[in-house]
Design a protein around this ligand. Structure first.
Ligand code: SAM
Length: 227
């Protein structure tokens, strides 16, 4: 499954999302730029963190340390293989091996959210970016899977009661045209829908070699409040 995700990422279908997220991370870095820390909590194979690094490399942010953690050792092994000089840890987001008040920007991209530990590790005034599916995300794919496909429900704001304030909400939207043998199958494999459809539907999707679908990602930026 990790290899399927890597193949799909390497074809650039999610590059607009990654570049949008990288720009948002950069825009929330402190301006003095001294020893800045970015943490991707639930980084998977590190695709988004590498895009953030690439983005920062073209700017004046040479002192930024980008770290990733994930509960999956297989994902972290792949992330470290792609980025041998990077800082990665196999860890739970509910008890992160990170000192208190050390993170300037924490990214949680399509990953679980841990309000208490996010608040512990992010310095007061720092930012948490939480991204997840908007209501139309992959709707073109869902239409092929379900008789009555439902739109995503964007969850309420889980961090608000835990010492954060919402400072901005961004949306990254475009039409993704998937084309090529095995690409639709790899996309399905990256989604939770893979497990909810039967083998017949999986095989039908695997035989498709093109698909047009919406990408719709909501990114919410929260400021960490003191205390
Ligand atoms: C949908 S994937 C997103 C991965 C990555 N952010 C991306 O978008 O490519 C969700 C990730 O959260 C990780 N995860 C799930 N529960 C976790 C936990 N309790 N602690 C750390 N990581 C967790 C999974 O292993 C998985 O890599």
């Amino acid at each position: 499954m990790i290899r399927g995700r890597e193949r799909f990422f390497s074809l650039g279908y999610y590059q607009q999302v990654a570049d949008g997220v990288a720009q948002l991370v950069t825009s929330h870095l402190p301006e003095d730029g001294q020893s800045t820390v970015v943490l991707d909590a639930g980084c998977g194979e590190g695709y988004y963190l590498r895009r953030i690094y690439a983005h920062l490399a073209g700017l004046e942010f040479s002192t930024v340390l980008c770290c990733g953690l994930d509960i999956s050792k297989h994902a972290i092994r792949r992330a470290a293989r792609h980025d041998p000089g990077g800082t990665y840890a196999v860890a739970h987001i509910y008890e992160m091996p990170v000192l208190a008040d050390h993170v300037d920007v924490l990214l949680s991209h399509f990953s679980p959210v841990s309000p208490e530990d996010f608040h512990r590790v992010v310095r007061p005034g720092g930012t948490v970016l939480v991204s997840g599916p908007g209501e139309d995300h992959l709707f073109g794919l869902k239409k092929l899977l379900y008789l009555e496909p439902a739109k995503h429900e964007v969850p309420p704001l889980p961090l608000l009661r835990h010492g954060f304030e919402l400072i901005a909400e961004h949306r990254i939207r475009y039409e993704m045209r998937v084309s090529g043998a095995g690409h639709v199958a790899d996309l399905l494999l990256m989604t939770p829908y893979f497990w909810s459809v039967g083998r017949g539907v999986q095989e039908r999707l695997a035989s498709l070699d093109s698909l047009a679908t919406d990408v719709d990602v909501v990114v919410r930026a929260y400021r960490c409040l003191d205390g």
